[in-house]
Structures are given as C-alpha cells and as structure tokens.
Design a protein around this ligand. Sequence first.
Ligand SMILES: [Ca+2]
Ligand SMILES: [Ca+2]
Length: 367
Amino acid sequence: MPSTIALLQLSAFAAAVLGASTARSQQADANRLKNPGAEEVSRVDESQPAAWTAAKAPAAGLAMRLDEQFVRAGRRSLFIGNTHVYAESQFNNWAQRVEGWKAGETYVFAAWVKTDRAESASICVQVWDEGGKILVAYATSESLTGTREWQKLATGPLTIPARAGALVVRAGLTGRGRAWFDELSLRPEDVPDVPKPPEERGANLVMNAGIEESDAKHEDEPRFWVRAQVAAPGLEMRRVTEGARRGNAALLINNPQRLPDEATNNWAQSVPYDLAGRIVRVSGWVRTENAQGAYICVQGWADAAHMPSFGSTEVIKGTQEWKRVQSKPVRLSPNVTMVTVRAALTGTGKAWFDDIMLELADDEPLE
Ligand SMILES: [Ca+2]
Ligand SMILES: [Ca+2]
C-alpha cells in the first residue's frame, strides 16, 4: 500500500471517532453475569449460589459456599476456604458460563475480593473454541495473597476471537487460605455503541453511494464523503454533475501535478456500522483519463494506528470508460472498530467514481 494512505486516513478516522464517542455505549453498564452479587440462592442447595458452579478438586479441607458474614454488598458473597495441600497446584473457583456475547466484543471481568491468609486469589476469563478443548483467549487479574480487606480486581480487556465457542469467568483461590468474592461483573469495555448492519442481501452500507446528495449550500460538496488529500497546485476534488454514470452526479479526483512523493488522494467515508469479524466486499464504478491508478478500497481499523484488515478492487490505469470494479470478500478482523471506504487516485490523472458499494458477503467463500 502507498504509505501516503497512512497519513490520509487520520482525519477521517478522527472525525468518525468523535462522532462515535458521543454515542458511547449505554451498554457499558450492562453486566453480563447472572447473580453477580451472589444474592440468589440455589434451589437445590441453599448453601450454594444460583448461576455459579463450584469448579473444584474435592478435598476434606475444601469448602465452597455462600457466606453471610463477610459481604461487600447485599447479604451474601461467594466463599472458598481451603486447608488441604494438593499434590499439584489447584485453582478452586466459582465459574459461570456467559451467554449473549459475540465475536469481536471486548470485555473486562471485575470482582471485589477479600482474603484471609490466602496463597493466591484471582479472577480470570477464558474463551474456549467450539469443541471446548482449545483455549483461544484468556485474561487474568493480578493475584491477592495474604490477608486483605475488600478490594477490586479486574482482568485486562479481552476481545472475543472469531473462533470462540464458550466464554467462562472464574473467581478462585489457588492453594490454601480463605477468599470471598462479591459484586462480580463482566462488562463491555469502551466499545462505541455502533449499530449492527442491515442483514438483507445486497444492502449497501455506504451512504450517498450514488453521490446524488450534495451539501445544502454547495452543489459540488457530496454529503457524507470527506476529502483525504495532499494539497497540491491544480488538485481538484469535487462532486461533479456532468458525466455521471447514473443519476446526476459522481465524485471526481483530478490531479494534474506530478509530486516528488506519489500521493493517493481519495474520497473517504467511515461506515456507521459494527462490522467487526464480518466479511464484506467493496465495489463501484470507475472512469479514468490518463490515470496512474484508480481503485476503491475498504479498510478495517483497530485504532488510528492499526489497520488489520484491507481489501481493494483492481486498479484502473490509463483511460477507461465507466467500468464496474469489485473486491474479493474481505474478512474484517474481530478487533476492527472503524471501517472506511475510499475511492482513490494514486498519482496523476483524472478519476470519476459512482455507485460505490460496501456489502456483507458473509455467506460467500473467502478466496
Ligand atoms: Ca452480595
Ligand atoms: Ca450518481
């Protein structure tokens, strides 16, 4: 990829992030755990919590139950006490299999923990593959040792990989001692509240795809498209109302000036949907005059500096009447937070773009 793209994308990314941050997730308060405060009691055994499983190596000196003496909030907490010395290190823990997540989401698992002469108390979150055999992602907190008053432990953020089959959180004690856990939470971390894309086959995720809409005051300013350009004498980027492929208008990039560093000027649009982990395809119509190289591409950004996913149409060179170009299906990485479509001209020449499309291609084989 031309290195200039890296410079040119920053303004578009910043603009889109600013837009997204105002709509930051209200889900940030949505705890995905059941019985997070250990207040609900198992119907089978009232010494045990609902929704939590004791994952343990049974031993005479091991007790796992609800506790009502030491709580962080409410009336109960999860308790583990152990005096047994295991032959091998053993992490006895309260476990819960979490429902309602999807690949690409990022979570933090947190809990309030109190310890009494504990060898090691900690919490972790595990993601298993669909067969339940392979651990595909893992995040843990630091561990507490000795005797500590209530404090909050949290794992690092964990992004759920595409091949995830099960998500499990665990709060436990390794070795001997006593530990209490309360007010546990699994929450989305800093994920902008971006809507899901429409799932209908062939739905276009690009706004003003045919460039028919202009700014209310300036007919040569296309709505929803921004210029990513290296300013140079003679460079012309505007919405044109003559020579469109369809309808009344198209995008134009006209760069007559050869620069020492080859510039890739482009029209950019950040797509306002959550496309992490999805497969997409970009396409559109391109016309050129003496163009060095014109194409349409899609970029998946994890943040302003990292672009794990990229796909492009073929590059049109020279002079070419309106031609439809299309990329192969592109899998967007699960950590993609921002997807940008660009209609680009590398170097000199003239390029027109019309009917630009980004669509879901999940049901097509990747090439
Ligand atoms: Ca509680
Ligand atoms: Ca048009």
